[in-house]
Design a binder for this molecule. Structure first.
Ligand code: GLN
Ligand code: ZN
Length: 765
């Protein structure tokens, strides 16, 4: 039995972010639709050829997307919400991009602009998808032949592909309902004929296998949802000569859903053996003898080179048992950067520890060959992998004994403030002397074109460090003085020196590496370049103290120290896989703690530690939530507890779901938390009120995602709504989030209105 190699999806953006360039120039009206389509066809052709040339036996098609594969599925099944004014036929680019990005007044009903569909995170990744929206009377019909077209496109290029579809059950489960509240799964019988139709067309075009992704199979499922799988796959496998289905699961263990998955009448099953190596035995022993198993042995979510010998040891028994297996990445390679070979400037030792999408396909080819022809046939590659691993285990770049000693010390007082909140509050009140409804902002002020240009010029050595710093000082000074004039109570320096809230800190911490080209798609044309945490983390020297000191020197009012929290730094990076994430987070926590202590020494009375990514680190299974929350909260507390009672610790989170984690939010023991509430009209405060959240809260009164400047009355009425839910002496007044994406005219007006609203609230109190 020959072991083959499959890839489940390849990065779409192109090695030089060609997709971003093509999309953005089309959106800007600079290129035509046909130019866009030609550019992306070229990207697809190159991705197929590349995977084939690397030696992959099964190459996917329809994994490409102009924006998002969930949106592609919405188009495929014709589930376009009525506001987009789609009148039938194939869903065209205009409708597609209107759903993705919203549209001005020239599309949709009666010349009125339409908002984009809601976007949310794809499972626990940093990729965002567009949430399908279903009404109770939702109808479906085949409205996009993209899957068939792209299959044909590859075929014309001489490459036989396995088309990828998002499965019908996951598609429904990922959607939300509009109008009535109902279980979207009731729509399944209406949806399945569309899937059957597309499978038929794919088979007709020549496809023998189709990859159908059902990642929801690794999440907690109701009995109804489990039954839906049985129902769906019975329907999709009983047409006349349907293509064979590789049912694909990833991002975790099937666990309690394994019997459901194994009972489906599909021809193949893909399992994630990186997140869930332990499920191999149960899968192998439970699977029908003729079920083709696709073993996800190479990490599609991270950047580390694999331990090839260990993988071979693990999968050999299954192969020797005579079972038919294929090897694959754990999930689509969408979540990894494309090609390590472009990182010429990376330290060669660190580079030897890494593998991006291209290198991961090559690893799979080596593994398959070792299984088919014996390990000696690929000895050099296996030896190189072991050598890299050995260096990774022992390299002084990774191992810092002092850090290890520090984080393993078993001293619970490191995670405890000196006094409880009420006592701290009295000390802080005497020190800060703030009015009722104190006003502040979340940290950043507009990153204008000039700010970005100065940074770029500095990066290209067009200006020197002195000139760049002089520019930043001027910008900071102007912003501080303006905040005084505007009447804000607690000021910020504006964060002009920061490119990104994680990168700025990562660049100053040891244990972090940065790449030049290792982009991954976040959504649509937006890409991010997460830092790589490869080693023990420590803080060689203060990171923000000088900027804080300068900003504080310009004003008598309290200047907030502004830091990114350990959990957010962790969740927005590629994290080392040779120790638990919790251990890495704890190391970062101690590094941030050192910074907070140095800010205290410099005289800071208020320090904000942002944790906007705390919630997104939640595991996919509820049963694992508490363990995560426990260490995440502990890390925040380690970061914030090194200082005396007189330092007021703020935290900030920009999302609007707290009900299910409110106890952990309270356990963080911050003195003040600012949150996003403007759009939900303060409803979210019910979670805090219901829980009797003890500390102070700044519910955002200004939705910074919109260019619209809210009027004084509007913000005053939000404050009133807040005061109906919480005691007035618990409330702060601030925007939803940082102001870096807004422009100065908007910000000036909005903040002035916000201060006026706070004054009105004080007058009333
Ligand atoms: N302090 C950061 C800022 O103001 C917070 C950003 C965030 O919450 N994502 O930009
Ligand atoms: Zn925020």
């Amino acid at each position: 039995m020959v072991v083959t190699v499959a890839t489940l999806g390849f990065p779409r953006i192109g090695p030089r972010r060609e997709l971003k360039t093509a999309l953005e120039s089309y959106w800007a009206g600079k290129t035509s639709q046909s130019a866009l389509l030609a550019a992306v066809a070229d990207l697809r052709a190159k991705a197929w050829a590349r995977q084939r040339d690397l030696g992959a036996d099964i190459v996917p098609s329809n994994d490409f997307s102009l924006y998002d594969h969930v949106l592609d599925t919405t188009a495929m099944v014709g589930a376009v919400p009525p506001i987009y004014g789609w009148t039938g036929g194939e869903v065209g680019l205009e409708t597609y991009f209107a759903m993705a990005r919203g549209a001005p007044g020239d599309i949709g009903h009666a010349g009125v602009g339409v908002p984009a569909a809601e976007m949310t995170k794809w499972f626990d990744t940093n990729y965002h998808y567009l949430v399908p929206e279903f009404t109770a009377d939702q109808a479906f019909r085949l409205a996009s032949l993209k899957a068939v077209r792209e299959y044909g496109e590859a075929k014309a290029q001489g490459i036989e592909t396995r088309p990828v579809l998002l499965g019908p059950v996951s598609f429904l489960l990922l959607g939300k309902t509009r109008g009535a509240d109902f279980d979207p799964l009731v729509l399944l019988p209406r949806l399945l004929p569309v899937y059957a139709e597309i499978l038929r067309l794919l088979a007709e075009a020549g496809a023998t296998w189709v990859q159908i992704d059902e990642p929801c199979l690794v999440t907690d499922l109701s009995d109804t949802a489990r039954a839906a799988f049985g129902h769906a796959y019975a329907a999709l496998t009983n047409g006349t000569a349907p293509p064979k289905i590789m049912l694909t699961t990833y991002f975790g263990a099937l666990a309690d859903n394994l019997p459901t998955a194994l009972a489906l009448p599909v021809h193949g099953l893909h399992v994630d053996l990186v997140r869930a190596p332990g499920q191999l035995d149960a899968v192998v022993s439970g699977a029908r003898p003729d079920l083709l198993l696709s073993l996800g042995v190479i990490d599609g979510r991270n950047v580390w080179a694999a331990d090839l010998d260990a993988i071979l040891d693990r999968v050999e028994p299954a192969v020797l048992s005579g079972r038919q297996v294929m090897l694959a990445p754990s999930c689509s390679l969408l979540h990894t950067p494309i090609d390590l070979d472009r990182e010429a400037d990376l330290d060669p030792e660190i580079r030897s520890w890494l593998a991006f999408a291209v290198q991961k396909v090559a690893e799979l080819v080596v593994l398959a060959r070792a299984l088919n022809e014996g390990r000696d046939s690929v000895r050099a590659a296996l030896d190189a992998a072991s050598a890299a691993l050995a260096s990774r285990r022992t390299s002084p770049k990774i191992n810092d004994p002092a850090v290890k000693v520090r984080i393993s010390a078993d001293d619970p007082s490191v995670a405890r403030r000196k006094s409880p909140f009420e006592a701290r509050r009295q000390v802080q009140r005497r020190r800060l002397r703030l009015p009722a409804y104190p006003t502040t902002t979340i940290g950043s002020f507009p990153q204008t074109a000039e700010v970005r240009k100065a940074r770029a010029d500095y990066g290209k050595s067009v200006i020197d460090a002195a000139a760049y710093h002089a520019f930043l000082r001027e910008e900071t000074a102007r912003t501080v003085l303006w905040q005084e004039e505007a009447g804000l109570d607690v000021l910020v320096h504006g964060e002009f020196e920061r490119n990104d809230m994680v990168q700025y800190f990562g660049e100053q911490l040891s244990g972090f590496a940065f790449t030049k080209h290792a982009w991954v798609q976040s959504y649509g044309s937006r890409c991010v370049r997460p830092p790589i945490i490869y080693g023990d983390v420590s803080r060689p020297r203060p990171m923000t103290v000088e900027w804080w000191r300068y900003a504080q020197s310009l004003t008598e009012r309290p200047m907030k120290g502004m830091l990114t929290g350990p959990v957010t730094i962790l969740n927005w990076s590629f994290v080392r896989d040779d120790q638990p994430r919790s251990a890495t987070c704890r190391q970062i926590a101690f590094a941030i703690r050192d910074e907070v202590i140095d800010l205290e020494k410099a005289g800071a009375a208020v320090v904000q530690i942002d944790e906007p990514a705390l919630r997104e680190g939640l595991p996919l299974r509820h049963g694992e939530w508490q363990a995560y929350l426990d260490w995440a909260v502990e890390c925040f507390r380690i970061a914030s507890s090194g200082v005396g009672d007189a330092v007021q610790i703020h935290t900030h989170m920009c999302y609007s779901e707290f009900n299910d984690i409110i106890a952990s939010i309270a356990a963080m023991d911050a003195d003040v938390i600012s949150i996003e509430t403007a759009r939900s009209r303060m409803e979210l405060l019910d979670a805090f009120a219901g829980y009797r959240y003890p500390a102070e809260i700044g519910p955002g009164v200004y939705d910074i995602h919109s260019p619209r400047v809210p009027a004084v009355d509007e913000m005053a009425s939000l404050l009133k709504a807040a005061a109906e839910r919480l005691p007035a002496d618990q409330l702060w007044v601030n925007p939803d989030c940082g102001l870096k994406t807004r422009n100065w005219p908007e910000v000036r007006l909005a903040v002035e209105n916000m201060v006026a609203a706070a004054r009105a609230a004080r007058a009333r109190a």
